[in-house]
Design a protein around this ligand. Structure first.
Ligand code: FMN
Length: 130
């Protein structure tokens, strides 16, 4: 396509489980603009486009229904900004740019296995965006 595909939407409140996991994510509202790529994990950028400024943050992005848990039923796009634990983007309009696919979405047997994989996703994302 010549450039990274993007979606645009507002950051809404998710289930807040990501914070407990150590990977808080900015969840995009479901009425986003643009085409969401296939379920999986991607390296990319979360661009805060509020006001006249654009601030880009490196992010590990998850697309899917969070199949490890049985409480999310609709597909969602969520972005973990690398090394950020208290960035407050609620209500902000953001662009999520998908740079490279890292892997498919997986239903893990438990949280420990998911956390091991997410740590690896973060390192791969860091290497891709460097
Ligand atoms: N959820 C899964 O069920 N399987 C996965 O393979 C998976 N991979 C993820 C990889 C990354 C880099 C990130 C940021 C999230 C991933 N997730 C995955 C989604 C997490 O389950 C989700 O972020 C967490 O449950 C928090 O959800 P919440 O924002 O609704 O609280």
């Amino acid at each position: 396509l010549g450039r990274a595909p993007s979606v645009w939407g507002e950051v809404v409140h998710g289930l807040k489980r990501g914070r407990e996991l150590g990977y808080p994510t900015a969840n995009l509202s479901h009425d986003l603009e643009g085409f969401v790529p296939a379920d999986g994990v991607y390296a990319g950028w979360l661009v805060d486009v509020d006001g006249t400024r654009r601030i880009s943050y490196p992010a590990a992005i998850s697309v899917g229904t969070n199949p490890t848990f049985d409480d999310v039923h609709s597909r969602q796009v969520e972005a973990y900004v690398l090394d950020e634990t208290d960035l407050d983007l609620y209500g902000h309009h953001v662009e999520v740019r998908f740079v490279e696919r890292v892997r498919g979405m997986t239903a893990f047997d438990g949280i420990d296995a998911l956390l091991v994989q997410m740590a690896d996703d973060v390192e791969r994302t860091r290497a891709i965006l460097r």
